[in-house]
Write a protein that binds this ligand. Structure first.
Ligand code: GDP
Length: 428
């Protein structure tokens, strides 16, 4: 059975924790898009980890962890990340890398940095991981597939051709030193030797795995609102963050994805620029940021303070719909225990008209939040394992959100640890 686990908001919903949890019952976990530009935080008996490129199943010996063809593969980064696990005592994970994955080149990181510099105050707030230049090259057909590393003559010719193109931009737009093709070729030879033991025809591997009835988990990165088509374009990422893309980015038939778990956060947080209707500021935001997540809401990749806001039902319902969510997991509910009243955004006021439908970016910029206030529960709910043991106000909050989402909330997460979860259907 194939399940996708994806974010319904702006990312940082706590997918890492839920994936790590679901990985226990999975045989194969696959990253199908994005690169090392977002981090998943996982806390388990080995310690606290911020994974960027590795699938979140790497802590279980029984799992195979796959980098699908849709991923921006930063080879040295992948190795650094594997090393950071083994250094903390995690047994070496089983990893497969798609022969169709494309390689994030050293110059992609440079171009990302130079472009942000050039844009100055108008920048997109990139994590400078090279993701936008990588996907631009992939679709401009000047990217490098892992399989191409093994055809030396063709590789040499292509490196020269691509360098010529890149060097014009480097010299004339950015006024930076050119790339030396010979040096780049050597780097690619090093990459080839590093990645060789892991290379696999992933699509064929998954075809067999599906036939054998294996449990497969497609792990998304970021969330619905960062999708280049359905998100807050252009303040989005460069690869699709939607479950539907899981089929393409892993190489499986779309109809095999039987379950789509959308992770929804009990309040909102976002990194980078872009309209954020339920955003809060000042002391109110500082307090939520400080209390949020497991150690405050700061970017797992950049350490940047995240922008904070109240739960946004308009964005989250849309986020679930566009993912095709079959269930929702509500995370970080415990964090809200300090509030007397909890504001929730239930509509957008755009030029005096209130809508419950998430609009395109132009309209979104004009939207003002319509808030309702729900009573707080004023206590610490960590440690509670049965839904019925949650304070009534807390259950009311969950059920209000569930109604707004129009998707069943099957799990509630009330702490960062792997076992801090309340299964609703089982308990009720
Ligand atoms: P991801 O990229 O979607 O995995 O999200 P992040 O890992 O960036 O952000 C989620 C943060 O919340 C991390 O610091 C997690 O450890 C933490 N977290 C996840 N679930 C919970 C929860 O239910 N309660 C609390 N307090 N923290 C949580």
């Amino acid at each position: 059975m194939v399940r996708a686990i994806v974010g319904a908001n702006w990312g940082d919903e706590g997918k890492g924790k839920i994936t790590d949890m679901l990985a226990r019952e999975s045989d194969i976990i696959i990253r199908f898009q994005g690169g090392s530009n977002a981090g998943h935080t996982i806390i388990n008996h080995y310690g606290r980890f911020a994974l960027h490129l590795l699938p979140s199943g790497v802590f279980y010996g029984h799992t195979v962890n796959v980098i699908g063809n849709g991923v921006a593969l930063n080879i040295p980064y992948l190795f650094k990340e594997i090393q950071s696990l083994t250094e903390k005592g995690v047994p070496a994970p089983k990893i497969l890398v798609s022969d169709r994955a494309q390689i994030l080149m050293p110059y992609h990181v440079l171009f990302d940095t130079y472009e942000e510099e050039r844009l100055g105050g108008k920048s997109f707030g990139s994590t400078k991981s090279g993701i936008a230049p990588f996907y631009s090259d992939k679709y401009a057909k000047i990217g490098f597939q892992v399989s191409e590393l093994f055809d030396i003559e063709a590789l040499k010719e292509k490196v020269e051709r691509v360098c010529m193109l890149k060097n014009v931009t480097l010299e004339h737009l950015y006024h930076k030193p050119p790339i030396d093709p010979a040096e780049l070729l050597n780097t690619l030879f090093e990459y080839r030797d590093m990645v060789k033991p892991y290379v696999c025809d992933v699509s064929a591997y998954l075809h067999t795995a599906i036939k054998e009835g294996k449990n497969i988990l497609l792990e998304g990165q970021l969330g619905s609102l960062k999708d280049p088509d359905h998100g807050i374009y252009p303040m989005v990422t460069s690869s699709s963050t939607l479950a539907a893309y899981g089929a393409i980015g892993a190489g499986i038939p779309p109809y095999e994805i039987k379950a789509i778990t959308a992770v929804v956060k009990a309040y909102s947080s976002a990194v980078g620029a872009g309209a954020f209707v339920s955003e809060i500021f000042g002391r109110e935001a500082d307090e939520l940021r400080r209390r949020g997540g497991d150690s405050g809401e700061f970017g797992a990749t950049t350490g940047r303070p995240r922008r904070m806001g109240w739960f946004d039902a308009v964005a989250s319902r849309y986020g679930c719909r566009i993912q095709g969510a079959t269930e929702a997991v509500l995370t970080v509910l415990d964090v809200l225990g300090y509030l007397d009243e909890i504001p929730v955004c239930v509509g957008y006021d755009i030029d005096g008209t209130v809508t419950r439908d998430f609009p395109t970016t132009v309209q979104l910029q004009k939207a003002r939040p319509v808030l309702v206030k729900l009573p707080g529960w004023k206590c610490d709910i960590r440690g509670i394992r049965h839904y019925g043991d949650l304070p009534k106000e807390c259950r009311d909050y969950v059920e209000f959100i569930e109604k707004e989402l129009e998707v069943p909330v099957t799990m509630v997460s009330n702490g960062p640890g792997r076992d801090e979860i309340i299964h609703r259907q089982r308990e009720n």
